[in-house]
Design a protein around this ligand. Sequence first.
Ligand SMILES: O=C(O)CCC(=O)C(=O)O
Length: 281
Amino acid sequence: MEPNNKRRGGLNFFLTKEEINQFNNQGYLVLKNVLTEEEMLTIDPVFDHFISGKEQKKMKKDFCDMSQPYGTPFEKFQLVNAMLPGKYMPSFKENIFFKIAKNISKKLYSSGIPEMDYEQFLAKKPSKKEAEFSMHQDLGYWPKTKNTWTATFSLALSDAEIINGCLHVIPGSNNEKKLREHKPKSYSETEKESNEKRDDSHTLVIESNPNDKLVYLPVKRGDITIHDERIVHGSGGNNSDKWRKTYIIAFRDSETIKKEREIGFTHSHNDQVDWEKIISI
Ligand SMILES: O=C(O)CCC(=O)C(=O)O
């Protein structure tokens, strides 16, 4: 296939009314051919630098495997996670994906000011069937704020399909009145009986509902998915011999971000947040 070399609307990506409605009603959107191949080549080296563990010492818990507990040695990683790359490499902050995603976020959120809240690199190593991202709603991870508006962008650096663990969502679950219950992920039967703490692994899990209808979102390199803060989603393991790589940026309301920062919440896994005390801010 020919690499992508153009984008609709240039830097100011064009969105149709139907796309905006789908994001608002169904809680997700897939956009094809968002970054050109030339632009993708500017992201690859930074992504690979982080995912290869070069900044691990500096990043502490921000470099981890989100399918396993903290402290898992790098050689055993399956789902490699690098939080806040722009914090650790400031020259990367205003990259092309950030600029395009910011423009799209303004079109999705016309009633407030969207700002970047956090970013994250995720990579599933080849042939790691346990490299799953447990089902969750993003809001389940965050302090409860009055305004929860969020658009989380995920740029495919590699093609992603069911076989290498592409994103899957439950369309419309964003409209459920109550957030589902999130519990820290258990790694063994013994742990299930003990009182696992969020500090042990960061990863939270929800029980699925018998009526849940999963929709897979396969994407090609340069495509993006966007999801909101309430949609139930996750991704499966990597049963292929190729990596799945994705770059995530979340935009939230500027006032919400201010509130998060006031309690020391920056989406870093090194944040010292007392989750027992924080209910809403
Ligand atoms: O892309 C994935 O595998 C999961 C990412 C995710 O859960 C998120 O961005 O909220």
